[in-house]
Design a protein around this ligand. Structure first.
Ligand SMILES: Cc1cc2nc3c(=O)[nH]c(=O)nc-3n(C[C@H](O)[C@H](O)[C@H](O)COP(=O)(O)OP(=O)(O)OC[C@H]3O[C@@H](n4cnc5c(N)ncnc54)[C@H](O)[C@@H]3O)c2cc1C
Length: 396
């Protein structure tokens, strides 16, 4: 693949940089940032609205649904620039990167017109109702039941780990519509209005102290038949498209994000001493840093490969699993390295006057534990790479 950009693409990059320079609030990215006169959620909504009005969202979507009709390359440039200045990701990230591409692939014209523009403008936030207490990796074992009664599905069951469920307006819900069919063939994919009576959302607190995700209970929830995405009992195929987008489209942005983490680690190392000498002169430290650098370069070229696959085929394929596996495990190793480097000070968290850099690495370390679980565990990514990328025999 040709890795250079055309003059037009470089102009577009400059336009993105200018927009970000003019629109990011002063103090963004500094520890303890609080937006002026609004809550963090309001700020994030406002930020997405600005991105939308600036013409930077849904760039590769068809124009009739609010897109810009541009190529995936512009989208990649935009993601790179956003990551470079550590600008916030759009609030409706699950809507933009997962629900929308799935609706574009399987939706009727009416569904596309109904949902896509409001995903872009952040008027409607989406969550992903796939995982259940007994079916995470094995999504096809989902038991949340939807019975078709006349023109409505009646949904009963439980979902768990639903990111943004507490603020979402709509949910991509995987349900069992035929309990007698083989497990992959009895699923359907519903678009569910989160304000429908019978839905209860309860927050789950994670070890960072935040509550990003939730459990959701469905009791006799009535969903109109027109909210079925793809055919009845064809939910497995539709859900796979959502998952491949989750793993594939984020690959390039993650390269930039973890390059920045690496550079922040370099700054930290430069400010530290080990055994009375600068930490940068310690061969063990230098070796670890060199290893991270090599892995980041590997991730960069692997992401270009996945990206050229998207350019050729439209939708991301199973090779997105390689990037997901690589960035999640690399980030955990980088965070562990910082904790080791801090030594006894690594016990001090945000709030302690002696915490290194305000205790932010402790938060990053704890959050990074989720990286190899969210979006499919490392074991599952390895299975996908073995079976669907390398063509090895299926695991029993
Ligand atoms: C931060 C975060 C956000 C999330 N957000 C969402 C969300 O918005 N929506 C949503 O639906 N889900 C979400 N999830 C759930 C996530 O997709 C699941 O946690 C994940 O798929 C694993 O499922 P599980 O937790 O049920 O573990 P299990 O599937 O029970 O797995 C337990 C262990 O067994 C291993 N294992 C399972 N099957 C195999 C196999 N075939 N071969 C080898 N090893 C295997 C796994 O790798 C894991 O180590 C989120 C999770 C996290 C951590």
């Amino acid at each position: 693949m040709d890795l250079s950009f055309t003059p037009e693409q470089e102009q577009f990059r400059a336009k993105v940089q200018k927009f970000l320079g003019e629109n990011l609030p002063p103090g963004w990215g500094k520890a303890g940032f609080r937006p002026d006169g609004m809550s963090m959620i309001e700020f994030m909504r406002d930020w997405q609205r600005r991105l939308y009005e600036g013409g930077f969202l849904g760039m590769a979507w068809p124009r009739e649904f609010g897109g810009q009709g541009a190529s995936q390359i512009e989208m990649a440039i935009f993601n790179e620039e956003v990551a470079r200045v550590r600008a916030p990701a759009p609030l409706n990230v699950l809507g933009l990167t997962m629900a929308a591409p799935t609706i574009i692939t399987y939706g009727t014209d009416e569904q596309k017109k109904r949902y896509l523009p409001k995903i872009l403008s952040c008027e409607e936030i989406w969550c992903q109702g796939f995982s259940e207490p007994d079916s995470g990796s094995d999504l096809a074992a989902a038991r949340t039941r939807a019975e078709l009664k006349g023109d409505e599905f009646v949904v009963n069951g439980q979902k768990v780990w639903t990111t943004l469920g507490h603020i979402a307006d709509w949910c991509m819900l995987v349900v069992r519509t035929d309990p007698d069919a083989p497990k992959h063939r009895g699923l359907s994919y519903l678009l569910v209005d989160m304000k429908t009576p019978g839905i209860t959302v309860r927050p789950l607190r994670q070890m960072t102290g935040e509550a990003e995700f939730n459990e959701m209970f469905f009791e006799d929830v009535h969903v109109p038949r027109q909210n079925l995405l793809g055919g009845l009992n064809e939910g497995w195929r539709v859900a796979t498209t959502t998952l491949m987008n989750e793993r594939g489209t984020t690959a390039l942005a993650s390269v930039m994000r973890y390059r920045i983490v690496f550079e922040e680690i370099l700054d930290l190392v430069r400010s530290m001493t080990r055994n009375g000498a600068p930490a940068t002169s310690d061969p063990a430290v230098r070796q670890r840093l060199a290893q991270f650098y090599v892995e980041l370069e590997m991730l960069r070229f692997t992401s270009y490969r996945a990206f050229s696959q998207i350019l050729r085929g439209g939708n991301p394929g199973p090779e997105g699993s390689i990037s997901k596996l690589a960035w999640s495990e690399l980030n955990q190793r980088m965070q562990e390295f910082v904790i080791e480097l801090e030594g006894p000070a690594s016990q001090l968290i945000k709030g302690s006057p002696y915490a290194v850099q305000g205790g932010r690495w402790q938060h990053h370390f704890l959050r990074s534990r989720a990286n190899t679980i969210e979006g499919g565990t490392s074991e599952i990514q390895r299975n996908i790479i073995a079976e669907r990328v390398l063509g090895l025999p299926k695991a029993r």
